[in-house]
Design a protein around this ligand. Structure first.
Ligand SMILES: N[C@@H](CCC(=O)N[C@@H](CS)C(=O)NCC(=O)O)C(=O)O
Length: 108
């Protein structure tokens, strides 16, 4: 969703490929061999992995329009802090509950 929002904000056309995460495609395994996760952006034939890294790449590559972060350094730091907080404290828990069931919550 982060990628979709960023690309829409920048007005970039793209092709999206759905992944079956139970049976990952050879393209995903080749493009993101370390984590084998989505999202993985392939731009000019080169893969970029990790959503926050991809966001930064999109912002820097299409830097002539719709900046994704505020211009003020403090506000930028705040935005990065929030994204990092969500990744470290919210995302993994949500993912595990959604995909492994509430029972597994006990292990968290
Ligand atoms: N830190 C990664 C997390 C990516 C992630 O967990 N992606 C999930 C789908 S939203 C995934 O590919 N799961 C498959 C797996 O864990 O094997 C990022 O921000 O890109």
């Amino acid at each position: 969703m982060r990628m979709r929002l960023a690309l829409a904000e920048k007005g970039i056309e793209y092709e999206s490929k759905e992944e079956n995460l139970q049976q990952k495609s050879p393209l995903l395994l080749k493009s993101n061999p370390i984590h084998t996760k989505i999202p993985t952006l392939i731009h000019n034939g080169k893969p970029i992995c990790e959503s926050l890294v991809i966001l930064q790449y999109i912002d820097e590559t299409w830097n002539d329009r719709s900046p994704l972060l505020p211009t003020d350094p403090f506000e930028r730091a705040q935005a990065r802090f929030r994204a990092d907080y969500i990744d470290k404290n919210v995302y993994n828990t949500m993912w595990r509950i959604l995909w492994k069931g509430v029972e597994d919550e006990k292990e968290l």
